[in-house]
Write a protein that binds this ligand. Structure first.
Ligand SMILES: *[C@@H]1O[C@H](CO)[C@@H](O)[C@H](O)[C@H]1NC(C)=O
Ligand SMILES: *[C@@H]1O[C@H](CO)[C@@H](O)[C@H](O)[C@H]1NC(C)=O
Ligand SMILES: *[C@@H]1O[C@H](CO)[C@@H](O)[C@H](O)[C@H]1NC(C)=O
Ligand SMILES: *[C@@H]1O[C@H](CO)[C@@H](O)[C@H](O)[C@H]1NC(C)=O
Length: 469
């Protein structure tokens, strides 16, 4: 019973097919394997067209593919015995782009079917190459411009373009700098510029070009342009309190405006210290005394960061400066104090004032004070030493951190030692020489008083005698 029912259905299908072939043959469906992104195919990729004739076609049939403009001339034909899909693969180049269609014809009757729906093979633009130009270029330095694309692209040429900055009227267009044909495995061209001077002020851009087997040229869009401007990058130190040009927040002039030099982040103490040496040298401010991180760096158009100095460079711009940001990434800048900003301390002896030499008796103690006045130091502390130089040895008596205007006082107990007493801040030393003499003994005082009395008596006698005479 069951097998009979199946037979009936298949008879019905066979019957229907006979009915359909008597009209015009229905069109096959043409589909295209979709590109991974968008609706355009990469140059040189293979694209597969799939023609699906209807199951009612009078098999065997010859399935043909053709171009949209010349439908009856087949570019590929395949004969099939039964309902199946027919595939045709083409490579994506200029000559192969455009409309495709397919159709079929009965092998026995030669009758043509209707034409399938059209599909369009489009070529996606070449990928934009990318440009790498160092963000900071020092006057007198060297730099390279890289134009980079994907390796593996065949028959490619990279072309570099430039224009002069600032762009003036009539000179807005990029000029061709040069082109290089690259073997497949290479992916970039490099322009080297050496010992550039202040006229180095360009904007670069580049383009990828590929030639196919028919000598057809494909062009990518121009890369993002990037400036290459040699900078003098003058620097200065901006103090919180006026008074010295050798202390304060480190700022540099980049692309015409002043901005902070950033802390190198990851607690890179040595890098900051080496930079401090260069900064103090460049400013003619002596040697580096300290480099501190600062929080309040204000608003600027540019900041310099990721700076690596050896420490012996003549100018900050000779150090490797790797980033030009709009803001410091860590939000921290740097304050530098150079040796020339260090104050000369003062030394005071209580009861004598600021003297350079005093003579005292060994019976009394003495009070010595050290201090310094440097308002530009703000609340910065400076280590101050009180030392004694006996002639044969130098000993530190007392030392402390002081802020400007603060006094450190030390009492030298009796008997005070002779010698030079100094207050010092780093190499800045001020001293007082104290000569200590023994206080006269009691016996000598009595003898002295007697001597005076005898003298007075002699004088009195002489006067008396003179009056008499
Ligand atoms: C059809 O177009 C292709 C490219 O799309 C072209 O090469 C060919 O000459 C055209 N044929 C006719 C008959 O126009
Ligand atoms: C720049 O190039 C010149 C010439 O090749 C070379 O003498 C000089 O040392 C280079 N300068 C730097 C900072 O690398
Ligand atoms: C690259 O160019 C050569 C020489 O013109 C050619 O033989 C080759 O087919 C080209 N390769 C591609 C992928 O077009
Ligand atoms: C930032 O640049 C603008 C435009 O060039 C300028 O007017 C402004 O003064 C600059 N700001 C600073 C802090 O330099």
């Amino acid at each position: 019973m069951v097998s009979l029912a199946v037979l009936n259905i298949s008879l019905l299908v066979a019957c229907c097919r006979v009915v359909w072939t008597q009209g015009p043959m229905p069109a096959p469906a043409l589909s295209i394997q979709r590109p991974p992104s968008g609706n355009k195919f990469e140059l040189f990729s293979n694209v597969e067209l799939i023609c699906s004739p209807p199951s009612s076609a009078p098999y065997p049939i010859a399935v043909s593919f053709g171009r949209g403009n010349a439908t009856q001339s087949a570019i590929f034909t395949s004969t099939i015995e039964a309902s199946t899909k027919v595939k045709f693969t083409t490579v994506v180049i200029e000559a192969n782009k455009g409309i495709y269609v397919c159709w079929y014809s009965g092998r026995r009757s030669g009758e043509l079917s209707d034409i399938s729906n059209p599909v369009n093979v489009l070529i996606s633009p070449l990928p934009r190459p990318w440009l790498v130009v160092p963000p900071f270029i020092p006057i007198g330095g060297n730099y390279t411009v890289h134009c980079q694309t994907f390796s593996g692209l065949p028959n490619k040429t990279l072309s570099l373009y430039f224009r002069v900055l600032p762009v003036t009227k009539g000179k807005e267009n990029f000029d061709h700098w040069g082109s290089v044909d690259l073997p497949d495995k290479y992916d970039r061209i490099i322009l080297e510029r050496k010992l550039v001077d202040a006229t180095e002020s360009f904007e670069f851009a580049c383009r990828l070009e590929i030639k196919d087997i028919n000598q057809n040229m494909y062009h990518s869009p121009l890369s993002n342009p990037l400036p290459a401007i040699a900078e003098e990058a003058p620097i200065r130190l901006v103090p919180e309190n006026q008074g010295s040009k050798c202390l304060g927040q480190l700022v540099a002039q980049v692309r015409g405006s002043w901005g902070p030099v950033c802390d190198s982040g990851a607690a890179d103490y040595r890098k900051n210290m080496a930079m401090g040496r260069v900064v103090c040298r460049e400013l003619g401010c002596g040697t580096r005394w300290s480099v501190e991180k600062t929080q309040d760096i204000g608003v600027a158009n540019y900041s310099l960061g990721s700076i690596s100095c050896q420490g012996d460079e003549l100018r900050l711009r000779d150090c490797a400066i790797l980033t030009v940001h709009q803001v410091c990434p860590t939000g921290q800048g740097l304050a530098v104090v150079c040796s020339d900003a260090l104050p000369t301390p003062q030394i005071l002896v209580t009861g004598y004032g600021a003297v350079s030499r005093i003579r005292v008796s060994d019976e009394h103690s003495l009070e010595i004070s050290c201090m310094f006045a440097a308002p530009w130091f703000g609340t910065r502390q400076v280590y101050v030493y009180l030392k004694h130089n006996s002639g044969s040895s130098v000993d530190t008596i007392y030392s402390r951190n002081l802020v400007s205007g603060e006094t450190m006082t030390y009492t030298l107990p009796a008997p005070v030692k002779s010698g030079e007493y100094t207050c010092s801040v780093e190499e800045r030393v001020v001293g007082v020489t104290i000569v200590v003499s023994k206080w006269p003994s009691v016996g000598l005082i009595v003898a002295g008083v007697f001597a005076c009395l005898i003298g007075a008596a002699i004088l009195g006698t002489m006067c008396f005698c003179a009056k008499k005479a």
